[in-house]
Design a protein around this ligand. Structure first.
Ligand code: ATP
Length: 289
């Protein structure tokens, strides 16, 4: 038995960290969307062994228990006492260590795929709960629809579609370690955001309000080490983006436009400065899981 799951990347339209829990995890308040830049995860169950094997088309990703897709399969095998192996083949397109949740997207794809192949009958909410044990972005990736994300990542409130928006996504050369950035958050200094205004803007499809209230509280931390982020943001705005900001812990920067022609212009112009640039649309509710 086999299945092919699409694993879309995410962007943070708003990202605020409210406080640190006793275990060190931040309390999040974020608005996220999935985009049509995606990995493809092929999952095949195996009767000849109960092992988990992962292969990818990149040379540098772990293929053992350090791979989040492996961890997702292991969790389901253990929790539901499944005595069947699985071969996971990841066709990787999402830039790695970029703030786009690529590993979490792959893990969520494995949870959804094996839920079907092993007839586990778990709801998306159940899969999201299991996914939270792997990474804070996995619950969102299980749904992959525009959402307000709270708690340690487990509280997902779906929002309206972002139908009229285009995103230009630029990944600078640097790779950022998420745990390193999270350790550096100083909760007495962090600038909090009006996340509610972003939620309201999406619900009312008011793109002016959206672009005026977006933000990422972690930007100053990552920018300290990678000032290139500021230069890309400035270029995005200069070429016509209605807003530009970092996604997740970075270093990926994305710009927004409500017009396809303007987004295309930003994309063409940025390709002269940054090697990895994508012109993408949001993943909307009809494509969501
Ligand atoms: P986030 O914003 O959720 O922290 P990210 O986009 O910054 O994610 P990822 O691309 O998910 O980062 O990769 C982060 C780390 O996870 C890397 O060190 C990578 O080796 C590891 N990793 C494990 N499994 C995967 C996977 N399937 N795809 C990508 N990275 C993976």
């Amino acid at each position: 038995m086999e299945t092919l799951e699409k694993a879309p990347a995410k962007l943070n339209l708003s990202l605020d960290a409210l406080f640190r829990h006793l275990d060190g995890d931040p309390e999040w308040r974020m608005v996220m969307t999935a985009i049509d830049l995606a990995d493809y995860v092929h999952i095949e169950t195996r009767d000849d062994s109960n092992g988990i094997q992962v292969q990818t088309n990149t040379g540098f990703l772990p293929q053992d228990q350090r791979n989040l897709a492996f961890q997702a399969a292991k969790k389901l095998q253990e929790q539901f006492q499944i005595d069947q192996g699985v071969m996971i083949t990841i066709d990787k397109h999402i830039p790695v260590s970029a703030g786009m949740g690529g590993g979490s997207a792959d893990a969520a794809a494995v949870l959804r795929g094996l839920n079907k192949l092993w007839n586990l009958n778990q709801s998306l909410m159940d899969l999201a709960r299991i996914g939270l044990e792997i990474d804070s972005d996995v619950p969102f990736c299980v749904y992959s629809c525009p959402a307000l994300v709270e708690g340690k990542g487990e509280k997902i409130t779906p929002l309206n579609d972002l139908t009229s928006l285009w995103f230009v996504v630029a990944k600078p050369k640097a790779s950022v370690s998420t745990p390193t950035i999270l350790k550096q958050i100083d909760f007495s200094e962090i600038q909090h955001l009006n996340v509610e205004s972003v939620v309201e803007a999406i619900q009312q499809q008011d793109w002016k309000q959206l672009t005026a209230s977006m933000g990422n509280s972690l930007e100053p931390i990552t920018i300290q080490k990678y000032p290139e982020i500021i230069r890309i943001k400035e270029k995005m705005v200069k070429f016509g983006a209605e807003a530009a900001q970092m996604s997740g812990t970075g270093p990926t920067v994305f710009g927004i436009s409500t017009k396809q022609s303007r987004a295309q212009h930003i994309y063409n112009s940025l390709r002269g400065f940054c090697k990895e640039v994508y012109l993408v649309r949001p993943f909307n509710l009809k494509n969501c899981n």
